[in-house]
Design a protein around this ligand. Structure first.
Ligand code: BGC
Length: 744
């Protein structure tokens, strides 16, 4: 449809019809059933039946048949036949589930992230999703926050920028109406990941400079690469909740960044500004949100019930309303919904695409690239497929709950467990199994179940049962040559509203490891979790430690591919793992302070009881190959805007095993007008090395990489000396110094 026709359509709309477009409800409300999925509190929305058939979009119902039914019924009652938009949370997969986003980022591989994203949207699109609530690009530094599992770039602004672009490209392609594409909705704008003390939905307060330097780049990258939508965050940003923040949404987002797409609130976030204490009632919330620039009210009735009065009273102009409506009509038009209201959904396609053999095979391959090998003493991994008897122990050894908390549309049938996957590789006779323990004790799981609206459980004779599980595990372990222990967080311990003050594996699982370690056998631990954990005890008691996050549908097969050496692990951490929870927030690109911890003098910036640095640093991850770095050289030790320089390094695989390595380049501005981080990631390359292969790797250093937000909030490079570091993680690096002049 041409723009003039859209404007014509807008002219024909009544005020109620226009307001309807700005309202989004969950499928549950619409269908009055329990089949769809809600992600927040479901309250009575007090929407009139009339309004219900005027709402512009629906959240989280998918499935070809259902979508057709809802769209048909809606259109039959819609005067102007404006189709509904269907939006969904397909975060790390639809029916086929991929590793959680934090894990995907750990691949440090655009192709991996692209392919996981692409297949997810191909599947979701076949089931009718027009818009996906992803990518989530919130920068995260505090692993107490449960939503770090959703962050594609982890603690690094550059990784966030790179992967935001990759994901938007994968979702939207060249044309969002085409098969296999959909609109992307980048979230949560802004700085949601900086919630104080890692407690979800909590206050965010930071300088504008800090915000622009670290938190903004990833959202900006998604916007610059054409993301059609952006979702506001739940938090305040410098005193004003994001959903009613005119500086954030009008000044920065629309005016400065030139965002033309739709702004949607997060789930009931407009109404929640009342609880924040910045709006006295729903009417004021509606007023402030529309004035700030929120186009769609997700799951509160604030716009539906109050915008009309506000326009009639002259407080909100019709023009403002029209602008918001036009943005929504424009997206529907771009998606081709006026011509074909069902989008790319059809049952035939669903049958062909969903959880297809192709997608499962792809998942198995992609997933293996997201694992991070944290420890491998005496090269105990990879294991030999022959002769050894393996005791596979732990609550994750035969468990399909490995999809992560966002797997709301997943197909849970026929998910291989680790036990299946091990038996497939080794045959059944050499695999001994024992559960060893539950993931959590009754007293730990019950608050989670209750908060989810479920019933508490009661385990009769819990202590005795624990003892029995442990004894069985020890018996099994005694008969084996090696122990493979599969432990971790419960999948409902990470994700939204899953903040934790204690970020260790549960005591019963630690106890299991402690007891097994007394047998003095080799232990390989496989770790399932959604956040960086405090791993000291676990790492010390195991010989090898493989971080597999929540790896998704094919996770178990990918794990055995890595454990037995069919795939060489190549993931690297995108978040620092703390020594103790007291270090949170912890991140590699910190400022030095006036008293850096370089000696053990008393009055330096340090802890008395634990080291200052992380337990596993940002960028860290081992391989079965052995990579060595040498001969760092810069093309010149002077550079300027028009004379960028290059830096080269030799990387050699000192092993018989082919493998991939992520070569990382960091820069430090040694003296500047404001404090600058000890190092910042500026580029990386993931390279494949044959056995004993040596490669010369080259990076360019440009003026752009030296820029930062200065005291006057200008984004500029300053003249002076810089250090460039290259290495296999943020701590093991080799370095050189160069000088930057504006002109030379
Ligand atoms: C979450 C969003 C999600 C939305 C819709 C909210 O609770 O914060 O990330 O997209 O629900 O389900």
């Amino acid at each position: 449809m041409r723009k003039e026709k859209l404007l014509d359509l807008l002219k024909q709309m009544t005020r109620e019809e226009k307001i309807g477009q700005l309202v989004q409800v969950a499928g549950e409300v619409f269908l009055m059933d329990n089949v769809s999925v809600t992600t927040g509190p479901l309250k009575s929305l007090e929407l009139s039946n009339e309004m219900l058939y005027q709402v512009g979009s629906i959240l989280n119902i998918v499935g070809s048949e259902k979508i057709r039914k809802v769209q048909d019924e809606y259109l039959s009652k819609s005067r102007l036949k404006i189709p509904l938009l269907f939006m969904a949370d397909v975060i790390n997969g639809y029916r086929t589930v991929f590793p959680i986003p934090i894990a995907q980022g750990c691949s440090w591989d655009k192709e991996v992230v692209y392919n996981c994203t692409k297949i997810s949207i191909q599947e979701a699109g076949a089931s009718g999703a027009n818009v996906n609530f992803s990518p989530m690009v919130d920068l995260v530094r505090d692993s107490r926050w449960g939503r770090v599992m959703e962050s594609i770039g982890g603690e690094d602004p550059y990784l966030g920028e790179v992967f935001a672009k990759t994901m938007v490209e994968a979702y939207q392609g060249e044309d969002i109406s085409k098969l296999g594409n959909a609109a992307a909705c980048v979230k949560h704008f802004a700085a949601y990941g900086a919630a104080e003390a890692g407690r979800d939905y909590n206050t965010v307060d930071m300088s504008e400079r800090e915000f622009r330097q670290y938190y903004l780049p990833a959202y900006q990258s998604a916007i610059e690469n054409g993301a059609e939508m952006i979702m506001t965050s739940f938090n305040t940003i410098n005193g004003i909740p994001a959903s009613v923040n005119p500086w954030l949404l009008r000044e920065l987002l629309r005016k400065e960044l030139g965002f033309q797409g739709i702004v949607i609130s997060d789930y009931s976030a407009i109404e929640e500004t009342i609880a924040h204490g910045v709006c006295k009632d729903k009417k004021e919330a509606a007023y402030k949100a529309i004035m700030a620039g929120v186009d769609i009210d997700m799951m509160s009735n604030v716009y539906a019930n109050h915008l009309k009065d506000l326009v009639e009273e002259g407080k909100v102009s019709e023009r403002l309303l029209d602008e918001a409506v036009l943005r929504i009509l424009t997206l529907k038009n771009k998606l081709g919904l006026f011509e074909n209201p069902y989008g790319n959904t059809n049952e035939e396609r669903e049958k062909k695409v969903l959880k297809s053999k192709h997608n499962l095979q792809a998942a198995r391959k992609l997933t293996a690239d997201t694992f991070v090998l944290l420890k491998n003493e005496q090269q105990i991994l990879p294991l030999n497929k022959e002769n050894k008897k393996i005791a596979l122990i732990g609550p994750y050894a035969d468990n399909i709950s490995i999809l992560g908390s966002w797997s709301i549309f997943s197909d849970k049938s026929k998910i291989p467990t680790l036990k299946h996957a091990f038996e497939e590789k080794m045959g059944t006779q050499n695999i001994l199994y024992a559960k060893g323990s539950e993931i959590l004790e009754e007293k730990e799981i019950n608050p989670i179940l209750i908060a989810d609206g479920g019933k508490p459980i009661h385990i009769e004779n819990e202590k005795e049962k624990q003892k029995q599980l442990l004894e069985e595990a020890i018996e099994v372990a005694k008969q084996a040559d090696i122990i493979v222990l599969a432990i971790g967080e419960h999948y409902r311990q990470s994700g939204e509203a899953c903040s934790r003050a204690n970020i260790e594996i549960s005591q019963i699982q630690q106890n299991l490891l402690n007891e097994l370690s007394k047998l003095k056998k080799k232990i390989v631990t496989i770790l399932f979790n959604g956040r960086p954990l405090v791993l000291k005890n676990i790492a010390e008691k195991t010989d090898a430690l493989l971080e597999v996050w929540f790896p998704g549908t094919e996770g178990a097969n990918s794990i055995t591919d890595v454990i037995f050496g069919d795939v060489n692990p190549s993931g690297k951490l995108t978040m620092s793992f703390p020594q103790a929870v007291g270090q949170c927030p912890i991140y590699y690109n910190y400022y030095n302070t006036g008293r850096p911890h370089i000696n053990n003098y008393r009055y330096v910036s340090r802890y008395q009881d634990i080291p200052t640095q992380s337990y596993y640093p940002f960028g860290y991850g081992l391989s079965y190959s052995k990579f060595e770095y040498s001969d760092l050289k810069i093309s010149s030790n002077k550079m300027s805007k028009n004379n960028p320089i290059t830096v080269t390094v030799k990387v050699k695989n000192y092993s018989n095993i082919p493998g991939k390595e992520v070569i990382q380049m960091y820069i430090q501005d040694l003296v500047a007008s404001i404090v600058r981080p000890v190092k910042e990631l500026k580029s990386f390359k993931k390279e494949y090395f044959r056995p004993w292969e040596e490669k010369q790797i080259t990076f360019e250093i440009t003026e752009e990489m030296l820029k930062f937000w200065n005291e006057k909030l200008e984004h500029k490079a300053e003249e002076g000396e810089f250090k460039v570091f290259i290495g296999s993680n943020s701590e093991d690096t080799i370095e050189e110094i160069f000088e930057y002049r504006e002109a030379n």
